[in-house]
Design a protein around this ligand. Structure first.
Ligand SMILES: Nc1ncnc2c1ncn2[C@@H]1O[C@H](COP(=O)(O)OP(=O)(O)OP(=O)(O)O)[C@@H](O)[C@H]1O
Ligand SMILES: [Mg+2]
Length: 241
C-alpha cells in the first residue's frame, strides 16, 4: 500500500495514537479530551492515567490557547494535571470520603515510560468497563441509552450537591462527567474538577461571593440540561441497548 503523504495522515497519529485511535503509546485509550488523553493504567488495575497531549502541529490553535500553554510550560503548577490534583485535594480536605460518589479520586502525579501522568481511580460501570461520558451518551455509541429527562434530573442532583457544598465547579460540560447507574437511575460522576481552582476569569468574583457562585453554577447546569434536551431527542426510544 502506498504511504500517504504526511499531510494526509490522521492528525492523531502524529500525537502518538494508533491508526484506529484505540491505543496511545501502546496503552488502551478511554477517551481523548481537548488537551489530554485518558488511558487505562497498565501498572495499576482499576486506575487510569491522564497525559497532556503534545500540540498537534497540523491544527491551527487560537492565540489564547497558545499563550495559555506557553504560560503553563513556564509554571508546571498551572498545568492541567497539577491543577486537577490540587483541586481534588482541596475538595477532599473539605469533604473527605463524601466526595467519592460525586468525583473520581485523583491519586498522584506519576512518572511513567510515556511521561508524567495523573493517576486517578477509574470510574466503571457494573461490567467493570470505563463508565461512558455524558458526551458519549449524547453523541457517541451510548446515544439513546437513557431518556433525556433522566439525564437532566441527574444534572439537577449534581447542581444541588454543588450548591449545598458551595463548590465552584463551573466547567459543567458533558466531557467532564461520566454516567454510572445507581438504584436503577443514571448518576453523574465528575472526572475533571480543575475548574474549581483553574478559573478563566481575571478577577474571580464568582468564587468569592456565594450568591454569584450559586448563580453561575445554576446557569451552567441549565445550559447543560438544554444541551441534553437538544441533543438527546431520541434518547429512550431506541431499541435494545
Ligand atoms: N477517572 C475516570 N474514570 C473514567 N473515565 C475517565 C476518568 N477520567 C477521565 N475519563 C474519560 O476521559 C475523558 C476526558 O477526561 P478529562 O476531562 O479529564 O480530560 P480533558 O477534558 O481532555 O482535559 P481538558 O479538560 O484539559 O481538555 C472523559 O470524558 C472520560 O470519558
Ligand atoms: Mg475535561
Amino acid at each position: 500500500m502506498p504511504t500517504a503523504p504526511a499531510a494526509q495522515l490522521p492528525s492523531a497519529s502524529a500525537q502518538g495514537f494508533s491508526d484506529d485511535g484505540r491505543f496511545w503509546r501502546g496503552m488502551q485509550v478511554i477517551a481523548r479530551g481537548a488537551n489530554r488523553v485518558c488511558v487505562i493504567d497498565p501498572a495499576a488495575p482499576g486506575h487510569c492515567l491522564k497525559y497532556a497531549l503534545p500540540a498537534d502541529a497540523g491544527r491551527r490553535r487560537p492565540l489564547r490557547h497558545r499563550i495559555r500553554d506557553a504560560w503553563a510550560d513556564l509554571r508546571p503548577a498551572r498545568q492541567a494535571n497539577a491543577l486537577e490534583l490540587r483541586a481534588w485535594r482541596g475538595l477532599h480536605a473539605r469533604l473527605g470520603d463524601r466526595l467519592d460518589s460525586h468525583v473520581a479520586a485523583c491519586q498522584a502525579l506519576v512518572d511513567t515510560p510515556a511521561g508524567r501522568a495523573l493517576r486517578c481511580l477509574l470510574v466503571t460501570g457494573a461490567d467493570g468497563a470505563p463508565a461512558p461520558s455524558l458526551y458519549a451518551l449524547l453523541f457517541g455509541s451510548g446515544r439513546g441509552h437513557y431518556p433525556a429527562d433522566a439525564l437532566c434530573d441527574a444534572v439537577t442532583r449534581v447542581e444541588a450537591w454543588l450548591h449545598a457544598n458551595a463548590i465552584p465547579l463551573f466547567d459543567l460540560n458533558s466531557g467532564n462527567l461520566v454516567v454510572v447507574e445507581r438504584a436503577g437511575r443514571p448518576e453523574l460522576v465528575c472526572v475533571d474538577v480543575k475548574s474549581v481552582i483553574g478559573g478563566k476569569e481575571i478577577v474571580p468574583i464568582s468564587r468569592w461571593s456565594r450568591r454569584l457562585m450559586r448563580r453561575k453554577i445554576a446557569r451552567r447546569a441549565k445550559r447543560l440540561r438544554e444541551r441534553i434536551r437538544a441533543h438527546a431527542p431520541l434518547a429512550g426510544v431506541q431499541a435494545g441497548h
